[in-house]
Design a protein around this ligand. Structure first.
Ligand code: GAL
Length: 339
C-alpha cells in the first residue's frame, strides 16, 4: 500500500515539474524568437481604402521592429479579385512556414477552405474588411476579424446631411420644392457593409425629418470610374433634379464629383462618402465632397498587426487587443465635414 502511495506521489511530482519545465521552455521559445513572418493577401491591391490600410500596416511593422527588436518579414500580395489566386497565395504562405496570415477575402463566403488549411498548419488568421460568415468564424479560436461597424458609419454619414438640413434646408433642397432629391451609389452587393450602409444612411435622414425623394441608384462596386459613369448618365437624365449624392465610400463619391465637374453643372450638389482615405480628405478640402466618415486607419492597421504579431509569437492575443467574442474588433469612426 505504502509503495503504491509512493509511486502515485512520484507521478504527481513528475507531472508538476514536467509541466513547469515545458512552460519555461515555451516561454523561452517566445522570448527568444528573433523574427516573425506574416503573409498578407489583399482582395484588390488597387482599392484606395485597402491601400491605406496596407501602408499603415507596413509602418506598424517598422515601429514594432524598433520597439521590440524582433524582425518582421511582412509579405503583401494582391489577389486581383480572384479567389482561386488568393487560395494559392495562402497555400504558399503555409508552405513557406509563415507564422500568421492576414486575409482580406476576395469572396467572403469562401473562407472555409483557407480556414481548414490554417487549422491544419496551426496558423492564426486575421481576416479584415471583408467578414467571413459567422459559422466559419466560429470554427477555431485562432480566427479573428477586424473591420468597422457598418451601421455606425451610416448613421454618422446620415447625420452630416441631417445637420446641414437643420441649419439651412435650402443647402440641400436646392430647388426649394420641399424635397431633398437624392441618388445613391452602392458598393459590391456581396459586401457585408454595402446594404447596411445604405439602409442606415437613409433611415438616419428619415429619423432626422429630412423630406426625401429617391431619384435613382446604382451599384458601382466601390469604384471611382464606375461611379463616374453612373453619375454622368444620371446627370443627363435628371440634369435639374439631383441635389444630394449618397455614396457607400469615398472613391465612388469622388467618381460622382468627377462627372459633376465634367458636366459643367454649377449647382452645389452635396456628395457624401465613407472611409476618410487621403484622396477622400483631399476631395473634402477642395470642396468636391461635402462630408465623409473616417475610420481611424492607424488603429485599424495596428490592431490587425498586433493580433498577427501576438499570434505569431504564441502570445495571448486577448491580452494585446480588446476583442469582443474573443475574435472581433471594430475600429472607431468619426464624421468629417468640409468646413
Ligand atoms: C469598404 C470600404 C470600401 C472598399 C471596401 C473593400 O469597407 O469602404 O472603400 O475598400 O471596403 O472591401
Amino acid at each position: 500500500m505504502r509503495k503504491r502511495y509512493g509511486v502515485m506521489a512520484a507521478v504527481v511530482l513528475l507531472l508538476i515539474f514536467g509541466g513547469l519545465f515545458y512552460q519555461r521552455l515555451k516561454g523561452e521559445e517566445t522570448e527568444h524568437k528573433k523574427s516573425i513572418r506574416i503573409g498578407v493577401t489583399l482582395y484588390r491591391g488597387d482599392d484606395s481604402f485597402i491601400n491605406t490600410i496596407r501602408s499603415n500596416m507596413e509602418e506598424q511593422a517598422k515601429e514594432y521592429e524598433k520597439k521590440t527588436g524582433i524582425k518582421v518579414v511582412m509579405e503583401v500580395v494582391d489577389a486581383k479579385g480572384n479567389q482561386n489566386a488568393q487560395n494559392s497565395q495562402v497555400d504558399r504562405f503555409i508552405s513557406l512556414g509563415y507564422d500568421a496570415i492576414c486575409v482580406n477575402m476576395v469572396d467572403r463566403s469562401m473562407a472555409s477552405n483557407i480556414i481548414s488549411k490554417a487549422m491544419d498548419a496551426d496558423l492564426p488568421v486575421v481576416f479584415f474588411n471583408r467578414e467571413p460568415v459567422e459559422e466559419d468564424m466560429r470554427r477555431w479560436e485562432k480566427l479573428y476579424y477586424v473591420g468597422e461597424n457598418a451601421k455606425e458609419s451610416a448613421v454618422l454619414q446620415g447625420n452630416i446631411l441631417v445637420e446641414a438640413y437643420r441649419k439651412d434646408p435650402a443647402s440641400l433642397d436646392l430647388n426649394g420644392d420641399g424635397k431633398v432629391s437624392y441618388v445613391l451609389l452602392e458598393g459590391e452587393n456581396s459586401h457585408q457593409d454595402s446594404l447596411i450602409r445604405t439602409e442606415w444612411s437613409i433611415q438616419t435622414l428619415k429619423d432626422g425629418a429630412v423630406p426625401l425623394e429617391k431619384i435613382t441608384g446604382g451599384i458601382a462596386n466601390w469604384d471611382r470610374s464606375q461611379a463616374s459613369a453612373w453619375m454622368e448618365q444620371w446627370l443627363k437624365e435628371y440634369p435639374d433634379q439631383i441635389e444630394v449624392v449618397i455614396c457607400n465610400n469615398d472613391d465612388m463619391a469622388l467618381g460622382a464629383a468627377d462627372a459633376l465637374e465634367r458636366s459643367g453643372i454649377k449647382r452645389p450638389v452635396k456628395i457624401v462618402g465613407i472611409d476618410g482615405t487621403p484622396q477622400g480628405l483631399e476631395g473634402l478640402r477642395s470642396g468636391k465632397i461635402f462630408g465623409t466618415v473616417q475610420c481611424d486607419n492607424r488603429e485599424y492597421a495596428s490592431v490587425i498587426f498586433k493580433i498577427a504579431a501576438a499570434g505569431s509569437l504564441g502570445q495571448d492575443v486577448k491580452k494585446e487587443v480588446t476583442l469582443y467574442q474573443d475574435k472581433y474588433y471594430e475600429c472607431s469612426q468619426k464624421a468629417v465635414r468640409a468646413e
